[in-house]
Write a protein that binds this ligand. Structure first.
Ligand SMILES: Cc1cc2nc3c(=O)[nH]c(=O)nc-3n(C[C@H](O)[C@H](O)[C@H](O)COP(=O)(O)O)c2cc1C
Ligand SMILES: CCCCCCC(=O)C(=O)O
Length: 372
């Protein structure tokens, strides 16, 4: 008899039991000492909620709008690579789950299913995540395909000039099984060029193909070659948020890449507010990293996010139960978010306020004031 899964974290344990060590470690681990990986979760648990009571919460609406697209909730699917390592249907199952939940999905450029295949699963609001390769023609082709197959925005990942040092992948000598491919890159580059002798195939491949010279001028260039809005993913400071605005981006994702790039960066939830202050409402600010509970979603929105993206839980659930698992992850987060809203006394996403949360900095300020 299988046990009922009652929260998102349980999928991680079940996935670990089901996947190969190489695949599980690839999904689960962070870089180096994994300080930021732990911090992405712990920082959420240090934020307290401030409920208001005796509010009529008989009707709660969790729907929202993201960059002009109506979605059923502010919980969306982050781009994660290699979904076929988790389940044979890969990103097709993920796309169906996101559509069933009426939410937005970002397709990774390192997906095992192509944009065309994902588009063919049916309607859904989808963005395309982009890495910029040394050969700019590849980037241009990917952007054109995203436009052609109905993707609504380009999400440029800006925290990956090189891959972070993921020691588990090095130890496991991570390599993609030969039946899986980078479907969006097929025909655009010689995928056989992967350095099979390397400790981590991914890291050496990224070293060979990612354009390390990527800079703010290229963000302007990217925006100039497409009518799709460009968002940047991987902002962690107010300074870079201001530069992103100057470069003309239409949205910002506060992200540390699930703590897989530079270790010792702060948790994303800890830097969200400084980015939100710098942006001053000019473009929407989103967050990913460590979202595992509906209360995490609430905290991010209270601190100024327009929505959040969920990474690892999706491939974990895919590994355990395919499309149904991914659907359940999104449903559980939605239910928990709605319950959090009810218990805090808010009836719509718009009613979520900064006063509904107490951060560590707030507590310190209160302690100082009380001493004056
Ligand atoms: C296995 C895995 C693969 C990822 N692949 C990509 C990718 O292809 N492109 C990208 O921009 N981010 C990628 N990310 C980062 C996610 O988009 C996201 O920032 C992160 O997973 C959020 O943290 P969480 O997993 O704690 O929810 C990946 C993350 C993981 C765990
Ligand atoms: C094709 C090589 C790079 C894939 C990187 C996927 C990714 O971002 C990750 O975090 O893993």
């Amino acid at each position: 008899m299988s046990l009922e899964v009652v929260n998102v974290d349980e999928y991680e344990l079940l996935a670990k039991a089901k996947m190969s060590k190489m695949a599980f470690d690839y999904f689960a681990r962070g870089s180096e000492d994994q300080v930021s990986l732990r911090e992405n979760r712990e920082a959420f648990s240090r934020i307290r909620l401030r409920p208001r009571i005796l509010v009529d919460v008989s009707n709660i609406d969790v729907a929202t709008s993201v960059m002009g697209f109506k979605i059923s909730m502010p919980i969306m699917v982050a781009p994660t690579a290699h979904h076929k390592l988790a389940h044979p249907e890969g990103e097709l199952a993920t796309a169906r789950a996101a559509s069933a939940a009426d939410t937005l999905m970002i397709l990774s450029s390192s997906a095992n299913c192509s944009m065309e295949e994902v588009a063919a699963t049916g309607p859904g609001v989808r963005f395309f995540q982009l890495y910029v390769y040394k050969d700019r023609n590849i980037t241009i082709t990917l952007v054109r395909r995203a436009e052609q197959f109905g993707f609504k925005a380009i999400v440029l990942t800006v925290d990956t000039p090189r891959l972070g040092r993921r020691e588990a992948d090095i130890k496991n000598r991570f390599k993609l099984p030969s039946h899986l491919v980078y479907k969006n890159l097929e025909g655009l580059m010689n995928l056989e060029q992967m350095d099979k002798s390397s400790h981590s195939e991914l890291a050496s491949w990224a070293d060979s193909h990612f354009d390390r010279s990527l800079n703010w001028k290229d963000v302007e260039w990217l925006q100039s070659i497409t009518h799709l809005p460009v968002l940047v993913k991987g902002i962690l400071t107010a300074e870079d948020a201001s530069l992103a605005l100057q470069a003309g981006v239409k949205g910002i994702i506060v992200s540390n890449h699930g703590a897989r790039q530079l270790d010792h960066v702060p948790a994303t939830i800890s830097v969200l507010e400084e980015v939100v202050y710098a942006v001053r409402g000019r473009v929407p600010v989103f967050l990913d990293g460590g979202i595992r509970r509906g209360s995490d979603v609430f905290k991010a929105l209270a601190l100024g996010a327009s929505g959040v993206f969920v990474g690892r839980p999706v491939p974990y659930a895919l590994a355990v139960d395919g499309e149904a698992g991914a659907t359940k992850v999104l449903q559980m987060l939605r239910d928990e978010f709605e319950l959090t809203m009810a218990l805090i006394g808010v009836r719509s996403v718009k009613e979520i306020r900064r006063q509904h949360v107490l951060t560590e900095q707030d507590s310190m300020k209160l302690a100082l004031i009380s001493k004056l």
